[in-house]
Design a protein. Structure first.
Lengths: 650, 154
């Protein structure tokens, strides 16, 4: 490393970063090859990518990358000339090459002198070029329907690790790509495209991404399952139309710069502070009689709000790259299982907060895999059920108020609640005679103990990871819901706050500790305790409340936070919060207001404690803790009744 | 610890009648004490948190940290020194900031520590000034900087 001067280091790093972005965006082109009626344009794009990477890698001295892309380029050229027929297995090889390139570049990012063993893939590519490797069924009408595993190569075997590396790519990107959703003229692409050695600029790749968006939008969405799904689809479209609408504007040239994420966060901090100061000045000015001052204050108010909206939007990233990864997951899963699957995606033009986007990948991968593996029937099963041979999975993203709604639908066999019930009894999650609604039973699939390794298939055991899905989604303040109809399919709904940095909060006052903020998403309802019969506690039992036939234990927020002060439990307001799926009342002295809050980390010196989400600055400029009653009480309340406690009575 | 640094300037402040100093380069700013929000379940020397232009900082009450005693009611602690050291930003409450000291040559040296006094853990060195000794505080120990250094983002 000593021989490298700063300049050399810099150009190497620049090359790697640029190349990683290019790769990610080209993955979609590889995938589209399977369905596109005109693969030529896509092949041209892939060829250009390989060619540019080769040139760039040679120029900065990454010999192995250059060698690999050279070989890849040769294969693509053969396909372009129709010397190698385009087939699902060859696309798999191309996708693997894409992955391998990403792996190599990521490794180089950490260690500029890393070396690699690519003999396996290079041999496979060479095999295609030489014609020793052939697709079993080169020209099918529905390419995905021919996903039988090719015995001739190991390429089609499912690589479980690939999904993990896919999902971990997102958080690894430290820098956020700041971009406008406006588009560059195609001529720009041609211009850069003619420069062979120079690695393509980010703006060019944007142009390509845009073209992909347009291509997929034009593709008619084929959805089975009748009018219900179709109606939903149109509403999904309208929900997504806000952020997406700009894609229909005429092409417009835009420059893109990359900015470190912490700069953007800093900007947001300052803007947040500006808003606070603005509101302080406004309240101070309200006592003045000066009319001009009030007019100016209104202008200042509007301007600062605009600035806030804009600065918040800088953290927003398109879901498109995530969608591409998910398409890949579905494709790979379908290939391995030999189930023909058609994935329809909606709302991929949406933008969501980077941190939400990062945490969405894993849950969605789990759900989609389960949908293909367990939701969809085998081709024979579908024929028996009178369904089309190709299983349909639909993934949609839409905005709903302050939340992002993600839906995964499949038209498979649905979840049989009787089977789930039997299994839950087997696993001792519920008792034999426990009365549960169908909905409650279905929700047991999210229980951590529901799935066991012994029954897990290669891809996803029944319910494997479903508890992880739930935990992950709840971690970002979201909720999961599942509806299912036997024989028709299932719908998984994820509701997630649009931004992790901003949440709706309830500002509450406690009797002994001052103000706190509680995330509104946790609060089911609020009750005035004065008007309710609170049982003040008996020997061995704490205070509780009977609410619609359910006994709700009561805790003061003060005691949750460790205060020793004696606070009455029969006055104030109880916030009903679900802890381990049971209602619990959290008593506060009063609810001051609900407001949007910007979450900041706990200040230095504040030792993190269970359930302390972060801190925020309220309208008067004072810092306040944000606490999560759900987390504070998690595990503290024991509800599970053993047989003995039941007294053996049925 | 701090003898290796090139800079020999210290900021001097008063606390409970005593003179203390900390390296000038560790100081981000000095501000009037604003409203402090107290935080439950924290040690007595943790005064609370303040909002410094959008950044939320913990504030230590240095007097309590050093003496372990409750604040002497006669003393009005009015100033917060915001430090930025080892990547950690925190506030410390003192009575008043008096001057900037230049510790030339031999005027700075190891403190004659009285090990039985728990406060000795927080004293790093002494500076001999014209009007007596000034204790140089060891910020790393005093403000438990190591604890917050690698703090993961919440």
């Amino acid at each position: 490393m000593s021989g490298m001067d700063d300049f050399e280091l810099e150009i190497k790093r620049d090359f790697i970063n640029e190349a990683l972005i290019n790769l990610e965006e080209t993955e979609g082109s590889f995938m589209e090859l399977e369905v596109s009626p005109d693969p030529k344009t896509l092949l041209d794009k892939i060829f250009r990518l390989a060619h540019n990477l080769k040139g760039g890698a040679r120029a900065v001295g990454f010999g192995q990358v250059a060698e690999f892309t050279h070989q890849l380029e040769n294969l693509v050229q053969k396909i372009q000339r129709s010397e190698v027929p385009l087939s699902s297995p060859v696309i798999t090889t191309l996708l693997q090459s894409n992955d391998r390139l990403a792996d190599m570049l990521s490794e180089l990012k950490n260690n500029l002198e890393a070396s690699f063993d690519n003999t396996d893939l290079l041999a496979s590519i060479q095999g295609w070029i030489d014609g020793t490797q052939v697709a079993p069924d080169p020209a099918p009408d529905t390419p995905q329907a021919t996903i039988e595993t090719t015995a001739s190569s190991s390429d089609t075997s499912f690589d479980i690790d690939s999904s993990q590396s896919l999902s971990s790519e997102v958080p690894q990107e430290i820098e956020s790509l700041v971009e406008e959703k406006k588009f560059a003229a195609p001529s720009l692409s041609d211009f850069f495209g003619d420069e062979p050695v120079q690695s393509p600029s980010a703006s060019e790749k944007r142009v390509e991404a845009v073209q992909e968006v347009q291509v997929s939008e034009l593709k008619p969405a084929t959805v089975a399952g009748g009018t219900d799904l179709k109606a939903k689809q149109s509403s999904g479209d309208s929900g997504a139309s806000g952020p997406k609408s700009s894609s229909k504007e005429p092409a417009k040239e835009v420059e893109i710069i990359r900015v470190p994420l912490d700069k953007i966060d800093k900007l947001n901090d300052f803007v947040g502070e500006l808003i606070v100061l603005q509101s302080v000045v406004q309240s101070q000015a309200s006592t003045e009689a000066n009319v001009k001052l009030h007019a100016t204050m209104r202008q200042l108010f509007k301007l600062s709000k605009d600035i806030q909206t804009l600065s918040m939007s800088l953290r927003m990233l398109p879901v498109k790259p995530l969608v591409q990864k998910l398409q890949r997951v579905v494709r790979d899963t379908a290939n391995t299982l030999g189930k023909p699957v058609e994935l329809t995606v909606e709302g991929e033009g949406l933008d969501i907060d980077k941190s939400v986007l990062d945490r969405l990948a894993d849950p969605l991968i789990h759900i989609l895999r389960n949908a293909v593996d367990h939701g969809l029937e085998s081709p024979e099963g579908r024929a028996e059920a009178g369904k089309g041979a190709i299983g349909k999975v639909m993934l949609s993203f839409m905005n709903e108020g302050n939340s992002l709604l993600v839906e995964v639908r499949d038209d498979g066999k649905g979840i049989n609640h009787e089977i789930v019930r039997k299994k839950a009894i087997e696993k001792k999650l519920i008792t034999d005679n426990q009365q549960l609604s169908e909905k409650q039973i279905i929700n047991l699939i999210f229980h951590p103990g529901f799935s066991t390794k012994a029954e897990a298939s290669e891809i996803s055991g029944r319910g494997v990871g479903m508890d992880v899905v739930k935990t992950n989604v709840e971690k970002v303040g979201g909720q999961v819901d599942v509806t299912t109809v036997i024989g028709k399919g299932s719908i998984f709904k994820l509701q997630i706050p649009l931004s992790l940095a901003v949440v709706d909060g309830l500002v509450v006052n406690t009797a002994s500790l001052g103000r706190f903020v509680i995330p509104l998403s946790q609060v089911q309802e609020t009750l005035n305790l004065k008007s309710l019969p609170v049982s003040s506690g008996q020997l061995g039992i704490g205070s509780c409340l009977q609410l619609r036939g359910v006994v709700v234990p009561l805790f003061t927020l003060d005691e949750c936070l460790g205060s020793k002060a004696q606070v009455s439990k029969s006055e104030g307001t109880a916030l009903i919060v679900n802890v381990n799926d049971r209602p619990v009342g959290i008593i506060v002295q009063e609810i001051l207001r609900g407001q949007q809050i910007v979450i900041k980390p706990l200040g230095n010196g504040v030792a993190a404690q269970k359930g302390w989400v972060g801190s925020c600055v309220l309208g008067d400029g004072l810092p306040t803790l944000i606490v999560s009653p759900q987390d504070m009480l998690h595990g503290k309340i024991n509800y599970e009744l053993s047989e003995e406690q039941w007294g053996g009575a049925a | 610890m701090s003898t290796g640094t090139v800079d020999n300037r210290f900021i001097e402040f008063k606390l409970g009648g005593q003179r203390y100093a900390i390296p000038l380069l560790a100081v981000k700013e000095v501000m009037q004490k604003t409203d402090i929000t107290s935080v439950p379940n924290m040690p007595a020397y943790f005064e609370g948190m303040i909002n410094l232009r959008g950044q939320i900082l913990g504030v230590y009450n240095v007097q309590r940290r050093l003496t372990g005693k409750a604040k002497d009611s006669k003393i009005e602690q009015e100033v917060v020194i915001v430090i930025d050291q080892l990547g950690v930003s925190m506030g410390m409450i003192v009575d008043e900031v008096t001057s900037v000291l230049h510790a030339e040559g031999n005027s700075i040296g190891p403190a004659p520590l009285k090990e039985s006094d728990p406060a000795s853990a927080y004293i790093g060195a002494v500076i001999q000034s014209d009007n007596g000794l000034v204790q140089v505080l060891n910020l790393r120990e005093l403000l438990e900087l190591e604890k917050y250094r690698a703090k993961p983002a919440a």
